[in-house]
Design a protein around this ligand. Structure first.
Ligand SMILES: [Zn+2]
Length: 175
């Protein structure tokens, strides 16, 4: 999708100006097309997560090694379309949150690594999900030590320059 189309279709309707977008720190992310995605896993609610085949393959190797070491790690979010990212933001706006508060932890449509099919939000059973406390879990320690071997990196460390909060649960495959 061209930047001009993204702006007119998704960003301007959220009340953003071209200047807002120029000041936005996170880089643009390409949306992978649906035919280039593979089933990754099912969530507890039965919904299917999708990722690129390479991401899926490397994730499975990593998850299996972790499991053999007694550590369960599960993806709770993977591919998200630009459309869905917009829905997420609109839902939070409807709950009364301000756009600037939302954007500390949710990327603008067109700027989420989840569009690429290479980013995974990870959780471990019985532990707080999608919060900083994830960094205290055995799963996080395992990822910190071994995820790199499988091509995964934590995208948003503390004080990152992309304008996002610290997200110890968000890992991206980059080969
Ligand atoms: Zn994420």
């Amino acid at each position: 999708m061209k930047d001009s189309e993204l702006f007119a279709t998704y960003l301007e309707p959220l009340g953003l100006t071209e200047k807002d977008i120029k000041l936005y720190q996170a880089p643009r992310q390409a949306e992978v097309s649906i035919e280039h995605l593979a089933p990754l896993s099912r969530k507890d609610d039965g919904s299917q997560l999708l990722a690129t085949p390479e991401t899926r393959d490397q994730w499975q190797l990593l998850a299996n090694e972790a499991k053999a070491a007694g550590i369960l790690i599960q993806p709770v979010s993977a591919f998200r379309s630009i459309d869905y990212q917009t829905t997420l933001i609109k839902r939070k706006l409807a709950q009364g949150q301000t756009l600037s508060a939302i954007l500390a932890s949710v990327a603008l449509p067109g700027y989420s690594e989840h569009h690429t099919g290479e980013a995974l939000d990870l959780a471990t059973p019985g532990q707080p999900m999608l919060t900083e406390a994830f960094e205290q879990t055995a799963a996080f320690h395992y990822l910190s030590e071994y995820a790199g071997k499988f091509g995964f990196r934590m995208s948003y460390p503390r004080d990152n320059d992309q304008g996002f909060v610290y997200e110890p649960w968000h890992w991206r495959f980059s080969g």
